[in-house]
Design a protein around this ligand. Sequence first.
Ligand code: XMP
Length: 514
Amino acid sequence: MKKNSILILDFGSQYSQMITRRIREIGVYAILCPYDISIQNLLSKKPKGILLSGSPFSVYEENSPLISKEIFQLNIPILGICYGMQLISFLFGGKIEKSKYKEYGKSYFFIDHSKNDLFFGIPEKSVVWMSHFDEIKDLPKEFKKIGHTDSCSIAALIHKTKDIYAVQFHPEVDNTKFGISILKNFIIRICKCNRNWKLNQFVQNTVNKIRKRVDNKKVILGFSGGVDSFVSAYIIHKAIGNALNCIFVDTGFLIKKEREKIFFLCKKMNFSIKIIDAKKRFLSILTGIVDPEKKRKIIGNEFADIFQKESKKIQNAEFLAQGTIYSDVIESSISKKLKKNFFIKSHHNVGGLPQLRKLKLLEPLKELFKDEVRKIGKKLGIPKEILHKHPFPGPGFSIRILGEVDRKKISILKKSESILSQELEKSNFYNIVNQAFIILLPVKSVGVKGDKRTYEYTAVLRVIKTEDFMTATFARLPYDFLEKISNRIINEVDGINRLVYDITSKPPATIEWE
Ligand code: XMP
């Protein structure tokens, strides 16, 4: 870990990634770690400050995530946020209870003691974002209250002698007007970090590291054509040239003309890819499979088999490169205890599968968030259509066709998606929303087309707005626009006679349906 950095302990809050990103935006390197990291491991990372995140738990619950009190003896400044604040109070002997008033959303925060570094330069009264159902009833004696809101009498506190601070509100959320200034105060004034996390040196440093590590061996890269794999491929190619072998698997579950587009763009950027046409294989291994997790597992394994076979054809192939980014790393390093509670679906990541264990993993972007990858991609001259491309899941259409996948359904989905893309591009909504796609349901209903009875499939339009894809809301698109898409799909695609709009957020739903 870099010397000048901040460590965030993740207690499972939906905002933990956001805290990490905000700190990096301030210019300081930040990493998110599971809350149950050992003290020894934590110290080995040499952080200059520690943040304790929020959590869906209450500190007094039986299985709540707790930490050792040892952390307060390390002489490293600490800032607790929301659950983090309650945890600090709890561990110091304070009393936490369910509050009378649940507080979600904007509140006015009042500073009670402005003579502290955390609130340096912050007005006495400001808007903050609250999201809690517990509150501190009795403050531990080592602490002093330094702020309140109308319905939360202890909304910020400070240790009387140590650099330990805590706030009940969320400084990392845009709706907290002076949130970034508070985080800056903690990181720069209290932890004394330098703002030296800059992306400028990232590419050159990474190129040098890859060259040294790969030496004269060969690398194969599972190329999906998304921004992460494109930027990874570009950087590795810059480092080792044609020792990089990009492999693009055409599963048959791709958007119309995707394969041709990718081929063209790679050519434009001067690196070549090998296309494996595996359409028939993928369709046949999914025959009769309905369960979403089974589909995901079968597809992951097939990808791994293909990469293994390809690597055997290349002499000296020792590395498997992947476009893993920091949010993937975070997801897989969440505390095992929390993960067990929150398992949702296995995402497509083939690197860890047994077939490929002989290959060493090369993941040049694994320290970066998506917006950081885009910034680097822009500097490298990667085409806009790649940089701003919506994410597309590895298993592709197979997890957007609910139930069994067959040729007819793939063709229906391909045609519908193509209409959706055209309309999104024409209207510029493509750049306003973060992901948009169609799902085909295994449900038929009665309709009427040109005076004739129809009995055809129902499709779903899912369009979302999100910052980090961990949480999302449905996009409030104009009715006229929705109507246009519906009319075109129903009129132009045989097999669908009804289109519905998904108005569910994540959580409680996920973005993909399977
Ligand atoms: P969920 O459905 O988990 O999706 O809310 C979050 C984001 O991840 C994408 N997604 C995947 N991406 N392989 C991927 O590369 C996968 O298996 C996969 N499953 C979901 C999804 O499209 C959304 O952007």
